[in-house]
Design a protein around this ligand. Sequence first.
Ligand code: ZN
Length: 200
Amino acid sequence: MRLSLVDREDPVLRQVARAVNDAGSKRVRELAEAMDELRVEAGGMGLAAPQAGISERIIIVEVPEDEWVGFPEVPSFPATVLVNPEIVWESEEFIKLPEGCLSLPGLMGNVVRPSAITVQALDLEGDRLTIHADRWLARVLQHEIDHLDGVLYVDRVEDPHELWRVERVDVNDPVWSCNPQVLRLREELRRQQPAEPRLV
Ligand SMILES: [Zn+2]
């Protein structure tokens, strides 16, 4: 099975996805596998089935090692499939963080959400799974679970000034000098092509 991202105008992105009643089946495992391939290919930390045109309550989330997203350190979290995920607890503390979405390329926006949550779901064996998440994992989970309800992060951006277009990033811009990922990337680019600065 090979999946692709639907267009940003596709109505499936605005539908409430249906609950899965065969978690643990071969069908769901194959679907999750194809979703993960698409997620990795597209370079996302998370993917929800509706983004691939499938209106079912399945998401995948991963926080890679060394991800830099504005926290001093971000604990990694292995790629995990959640079937019928539900937020059962939210912290009273909220945090504003920038989000982007594979379904809305070229945009980013600041969104205020609870800083920590507890999620219950089923795994690929059909067993119950509970995740207590904070920081970036909590953010990715909330973003993906929103997709299952037809909600996009732009709906949660309260002020138009908090939404912006992203172009290619110039890694040589001094603004990135505190980002360890960009510093590493710069170093790599320098090694590959010493003379000429490049854009990524
Ligand atoms: Zn998204």
